[in-house]
Design a protein around this ligand. Structure first.
Ligand code: OAD
Length: 237
């Protein structure tokens, strides 16, 4: 029998227990930094060194953290389910935990591309370079001679992978959302593409502003919430 399909949408909360800050809420990154300065397209053209510095720091931090039990539990779902992770996170912790299909909606911190890079018809940019955890500074140029920029979807830019994400959600039999405040669109609206009758689970220790009777809110941190979710799956199978 074909495996049931689970679409997993994750946000910063899934990586919180690894030691990475979330964006909003207490001690959130956007309390310390102004997203318009460090994560918007206008900010990039205004002050490239500042933006490069912000992502250099994020890359360095990423080299010092590890996937947590929630990333591992999401990867382990693949033993019994056909799982695709759609993440708003720019970290690589899902991949490092062993998830085999991960779609990054907001880009990847370990990658850069020329600032005048060209997207093909499938919205993929062939000039993306994997720099791992290395710094990228002003004067670091792509083979075409233009400045390298973070491979990040800045505020003010389109979200190239959104069509793929919608298709994944539309094909899902079960939808799981972990650790996102659902503030940033279009990612926040993705669960609405789940087919009629598809159960939607949300793991987040806080109240999240979604009002949809299909959603079962597991009000726990990601590691604990994943244990609860796996138990619920077993009970319902
Ligand atoms: P937010 O910081 O907005 O939300 C994080 C969510 O994680 C909140 O709902 C918290 O309650 C929850 N949370 C905190 N600790 C948790 C834990 N241990 N386990 C589970 N949940 C926990 O982050 P995102 O929703 O991911 O975009 O933010 C979306 C986008 O906004 C990001 O991708 C980023 C940001 O601006 C860009 O930079 C383009």
């Amino acid at each position: 029998m074909a495996k049931l399909r689970i679409a997993v949408l994750t946000g910063a909360g899934v990586s919180a227990e690894s030691g990475l800050s979330t964006f909003r809420g207490n001690n959130g990154l956007w309390g310390e930094y102004d997203p318009q300065e460090v994560a918007s397209i206008e900010g990039w053209y205004r002050n490239r060194p500042l933006v490069l510095g912000f992502y250099n720091q994020l890359r360095k931090q990423l080299s010092q953290v590890k996937p947590n039990a929630a990333h591992l539990a999401i990867a382990a779902l693949e033993e019994e389910y056909d799982v695709t992770v759609i993440t708003q996170n720019v970290d690589n912790l899902h991949e490092r935990a062993g998830s085999s299909r991960v779609l990054h909606l907001h880009g990847e911190a370990t990658k850069v591309r020329p600032e005048d890079g060209i997207y093909d018809r499938n919205y993929s940019c062939k000039e993306v370079i994997d720099v791992g955890y290395d710094e990228v500074n002003i004067g670091d140029l792509a083979p075409n001679g233009s400045q390298l920029r973070p491979h990040i979807v800045f505020f003010g830019e389109a979200v190239p992978n959104i069509e793929k994400a919608i298709n994944i959600v539309q094909a899902a039999d079960i939808m799981l959302i972990v650790g996102t405040s659902l503030n940033v669109y279009p990612a926040a609206g993705l669960y609405r593409y789940a087919r009629n009758g598809v159960p939607v689970y949300l793991i987040d220790p806080e109240e999240v502003a979604v009002y949809d009777s299909r959603i079962t809110h597991i009000r726990e941190v990601a590691t604990k919430g994943m244990e609860t979710f796996v138990k619920m799956l077993k009970e319902n199978s």
